[in-house]
Design a protein around this ligand. Structure first.
Ligand SMILES: Nc1nc2c(ncn2[C@@H]2O[C@H](COP(=O)(O)OP(=O)(O)OP(=O)(O)O)[C@@H](O)[C@H]2O)c(=O)[nH]1
Ligand SMILES: [Mg+2]
Length: 400
């Protein structure tokens, strides 16, 4: 049964609340360093025992860690303040203060971090287990005994801990796949993915069936495999924000190969190809550096004669194949082509430069995602006025 336009719009609205979270805004704060102690040793028979104040502990870092068990950023929606612990102050007997606890943020592989205020690229996490220190905890201050000199037997000062750092960041998920599917809505992208992988994306005869990206593992000969990403259809103007395309185009930024999919019943395959290409280029010119393959989909609708007629009109300089996910036509040839292209040395080096975000555009996207709330955090001043026998003086970090 078909779906009315109205139902369809409903569906698009539901998307805003979908579980596929590919943007999340969080406030991060590292821990400040504990300060050095200014303690003076005073024992019964050594009233002027000298300085014995220990060093402060390091403040906790805010660390991002790649975790292949996460596929979205959803879990972070409920944990928007990532705060590491403060280092504890040093104390007498040259005792070190305890280090503050690190705050580890588990993220899916393919997470890119931007500064929410400036839109600047900060870092990315691509590998399982990879750890990136997003914000460094402050170093602990040195205790007063470090500052004892021949002429200064009783330094009544110590170093303060280094301050904490804070930053509100946008985490963005860019799926990592080898092959990205590019096509207009209804081109048969999801059908292909379901035909050659175990993925079960929704398929239907109306546009924008796919509202969120799907990944599938395509097995090739001898136990080898590659990953294919099916994203929502792209329409003309997608790079300016039309349809769903823009939001998802970034998911194929990291694919090393793009499979263009244009149905056999298109009026002008070459023109459709140019439109798609142009959208990619407008979005990010580097997308054109990727290797491309063209599949003419739904070719079960064609006979050999028609294929021979269409063939010379296809765009030059790009491998093409007539396929049908329904009849199986051309599918193994397609896999051969994809495998060959993926393994070409020239296609392996895939270095997308993360450009800064256009902040105004980003704000709109965040608003659409419900990610535009203010996250500033008010924290209590928990500076610990502990066992100080003396007026506390600070030895600046710069001096050391
Ligand atoms: N005859 C024929 N129909 C196909 C073939 N592949 C897909 N279709 C049909 O084309 C329609 C669209 O297929 P989808 O796979 O949902 O298309 P899509 O490109 O994922 O579409 P969006 O998710 O909206 O972007 C469905 O009705 C499919 O059954 C094919 O090889 N032959
Ligand atoms: Mg689809």
């Amino acid at each position: 049964m078909g779906m009315s336009a109205h139902d369809h719009i409903e569906n698009l609205l539901i998307m805003a609340e979908s579980n596929f979270v590919d943007y999340v805004k969080i406030y991060c704060r590292s821990g400040k360093g504990g300060r050095g102690s200014t303690h003076m040793r005073r024992e019964k028979y050594t009233p002027n025992g000298g300085p014995d104040g220990g060093d402060g502990g390091r403040g906790g870092h805010v660390i991002l860690r790649g975790n292949r068990n996460y596929w979205t950023l959803l879990h972070l929606r409920y944990d928007r303040h990532a705060m590491a612990g403060h280092g504890e102050s040093g104390s007498k007997n040259r005792s070190f203060g305890k280090d503050g606890a690190d705050k580890i943020i588990e993220v899916p592989c393919g997470t890119v971090v931007y500064n929410a205020e400036t839109g600047e690229y900060v870092c990315d996490v691509t590998e399982h287990g990879q750890e990136v220190i997003l914000l460094k905890g402050g170093r602990g201050g040195l205790g007063n005994w470090h500052f004892k000199t021949a002429t200064r037997q009783a330094p009544r000062f110590a170093q303060p801990g280094e301050p904490m750092q804070e930053m509100t960041v946008i985490l963005e998920l860019k799926l990592l796949a080898d092959v990205g599917l590019v096509g207009f809505p209804n081109a048969g992208k999801s059908t292909l993915l379901s035909a050659i992988s175990a993925a079960k994306p929704k398929i239907a005869d109306y546009p924008f069936t796919t509202l969120e990206p799907n990944l599938g593992i395509v097995s090739y000969r001898d136990g080898q495999s590659f990953v294919m990403a099916d994203i929502p259809g792209i329409i003309e103007g997608a790079s300016e924000g039309k349809g769903l395309g823009l939001r998802f185009l970034r998911h194929i930024e990291r694919n090393s190969l793009l499979l263009f999919m244009i149905p056999a019943d298109s009026d002008d395959i070459r023109k459709d190809y140019e439109v798609l290409l142009n959208e990619l280029k407008t979005f990010n010119p580097e997308m054109l550096d990727k290797q491309r393959v063209l599949a003419v989909t739904k070719s079960d609708m064609l006979d050999q004669e028609l294929m021979d007629e269409i063939e010379p009109t296809l765009p030059e300089g790009i491998p093409h194949v007539f396929i049908s996910s329904v009849s199986g036509l051309g599918i193994s040839v397609l896999k051969d082509i994809l495998w060959t292209e993926l393994n070409k040395e020239s296609n392996k080096i895939e270095a997308i430069v993360h450009r800064p975000k256009d902040v105004s555009r980003l704000q709109q996207e965040l608003k659409d995602m419900g990610e535009d709330e203010e996250l500033d955090y008010e924290y209590e001043d928990d500076s610990d006025e502990d066992d100080l026998d003396y007026e506390y003086e600070e030895e600046d970090w710069e001096d050391k």
